[in-house]
Design a protein around this ligand. Structure first.
Ligand code: ATP
Ligand code: MG
Length: 390
C-alpha cells in the first residue's frame, strides 16, 4: 500500500473536487481557506485513508488512479496496490459488463450515477457493493465512492432478527409472569383461603363450648378471646381474597373483561378518590380470548396507576369498542396531560410494558396529552387477534 503522503497534491484535487463549496469559495472566504490550507493535506489524507468506504478515481479506459485502503479492501486486495489496475478486472465476471456500461454512461452523461456490482470476499461468497460515480470537471476521470452493502444488509437483518428475538423473549416473560400470578392466586385462594375458612368453623365450635362454661368470669374472658381470634381470621380472609384478586381477578376468568374492569375501577376510585367510569361494552365472543383480556386488563391497571401517581385528575373514563377492524380500548383522564418528552422517554418502562403487551397481539399503543387537558391512552387490537389463543 502506498504511503498516504505519497498521494500528495493529487489527493487534494480529488478531495477538492468532492467539496464544491470550498472549491467555489468566494474571495471573502479566501483568507480563512488559505489559513486552513496549511493543515488541509493531512486532514484530507487522514479522511481519505481512514474512511470506512472505498474512494477511487478511474480514467476513461477504466484504469484506477487514486484509491484508498477502503477501496483495496472492498475489492479483496487488502494491503495491496490497485493503482493502474482495470476496475472491470477486480469485480466478478458477471459484473464486468455492468462496470463497462456504468463507466460509459458516466463519461457520456456526466452526471451522478449509481451501480451495484459483485465483488469477491474472503469467505468465498461474493458480496454486493454500491458504486456512486461522478465525473471530474475536465471529463477525463471519474470519482467513485464504493460501499459494501452486503455488510449493511447483514447488519440490518441481524438487527431485525435480534429485535424479533427480544420481542419474543419479552412476550414469554410476560406470559410466565401471568402464569405464576394465576398459580399463586389459586394457591392463595384455594389453599390458604380454605384453611382460614375451616378455622372460622373451629372457632364457632369453640365459642359454643365456651358458652357452657359455668364460671362467668372465665366464660367472659374466653369468649372475648375467641371473638378477637375470629376477627383476626376474618381480616386474614379479606387480605387473602384481595391479594389473590389483585394477582389475577377471578372475575376476569369467570365473567370476562368488562366486570373485571368495573371491579378495578371501583377499587381505583376508593383508593385514589378519582371518579372512574367504565363505559359498558358488549362482550362479544371475540373478546373472550383470555390472553387478550388479561393483556387489556393489565394495560388498564398500569394506566390507572399512572393516573393516580402522575395525572392529578378528577375523572377517568374507560371505553372499549369493537368493530370489524378489531377493538379499541381508551383510557382518558382530565389531569395535567402527559408531555411529548415523557411519552417518548425510552426509560418509561411502564409505557414500554403497555406497548409490548399490545404488540404481542399485533396491536398498537399510544399515549398523548395536552397541557391541563388530560391524557389519552389508546390501544388498537386487530380483528384477527381477538379470537386467537393467548
Ligand atoms: N396519565 C398521565 N398523566 C400525566 N403524566 C403521565 C401519565 N401517564 C404517564 N405519565 C408520565 O409518563 C411517565 C412514564 O410513565 P411510566 O409508567 O413509564 O413510568 P412511571 O409510572 O414513572 O414508573 P413505573 O416504571 O413504576 O411505571 C411518568 O413518569 C409520568 O411523568
Ligand atoms: Mg407507571
Amino acid at each position: 500500500m502506498k504511503n498516504a503522503k505519497y498521494l500528495g497534491s493529487e489527493l487534494l484535487s480529488f478531495a477538492a473536487a468532492k467539496l464544491p463549496d470550498e472549491r467555489n469559495g468566494t474571495k471573502a472566504r479566501a483568507a480563512p481557506s488559505r489559513r486552513a490550507g496549511r493543515t488541509l493535506p493531512t486532514r484530507y489524507i487522514d479522511l481519505f485513508e481512514r474512511a470506512p468506504v472505498g474512494y477511487l478515481t478511474v480514467d476513461r479506459r477504466g484504469r484506477i488512479g487514486l484509491f484508498n485502503p477502503g477501496a483495496a479492501r472492498l475489492f479483496g486486495m487488502d494491503g495491496a496496490s490497485i493503482a493502474g489496475r482495470l476496475l472491470g478486472k477486480l469485480v466478478s465476471a458477471e459484473s464486468r459488463s455492468r462496470i463497462a456500461t456504468f463507466l460509459a454512461q458516466l463519461f457520456g452523461e456526466r452526471r451522478r450515477l449509481i451501480c451495484k456490482i459483485e465483488v469477491p470476499s474472503k469467505e468465498g461468497q461474493p458480496e454486493t457493493a454500491e458504486l456512486v460515480g461522478t465525473v471530474s470537471e475536465d471529463g477525463n476521470e471519474c470519482y467513485i465512492v464504493a460501499t459494501n452493502i452486503s455488510a449493511r444488509r447483514r447488519n440490518t437483518k441481524e438487527m431485525k432478527r435480534s429485535q424479533a428475538e427480544l420481542r419474543k423473549l419479552s412476550a414469554r416473560l410476560v406470559a410466565v409472569r401471568e402464569e405464576e400470578r394465576t398459580a399463586l392466586a389459586r394457591e392463595l385462594h384455594d389453599g390458604l383461603g380454605q384453611m382460614l375458612t375451616a378455622l372460622t368453623l373451629d372457632i364457632a365450635w369453640l365459642q359454643r363450648r365456651i358458652e357452657r362454661f359455668v364460671d362467668p368470669e372465665k366464660r367472659k374472658e374466653s369468649l372475648a378471646r375467641a371473638r378477637e381470634l375470629r376477627k383476626n381470621i376474618d381480616e386474614a380472609i379479606a387480605i387473602v381474597r384481595r391479594t389473590s384478586s389483585e394477582l389475577r381477578p377471578a372475575s376476569l376468568e369467570l365473567m370476562g373483561l368488562w366486570p373485571a374492569l368495573e371491579g378495578e375501577a371501583a377499587r381505583f376510585a376508593s383508593r385514589s378518590g378519582v371518579k372512574c367510569v367504565v363505559r359498558p361494552f358488549a362482550q362479544a365472543a371475540r373478546l373472550q380470548n383470555p390472553g387478550l383480556s388479561v393483556a387489556l386488563f393489565r394495560i388498564v391497571q398500569e394506566a390507572l396507576t399512572n393516573i393516580a401517581r402522575h395525572a392529578k385528575a378528577s375523572l377517568v373514563e374507560i371505553a372499549c369498542e369493537e368493530s370489524a377492524a378489531g377493538c379499541k380500548l381508551t383510557i382518558v383522564d382530565d389531569g395535567r396531560g402527559i408531555s411529548e418528552v415523557e411519552s417518548s422517554d425510552p426509560n418509561s418502562l411502564g409505557l414500554i410494558g403497555m406497548r409490548e403487551r399490545a404488540r404481542s397481539f399485533g396491536g398498537e399503543f399510544s399515549i398523548a396529552g395536552a397541557p391541563d387537558s388530560g391524557s389519552r391512552v389508546t390501544v388498537l387490537i386487530p380483528a384477527k387477534a381477538l379470537r386467537g389463543t393467548p
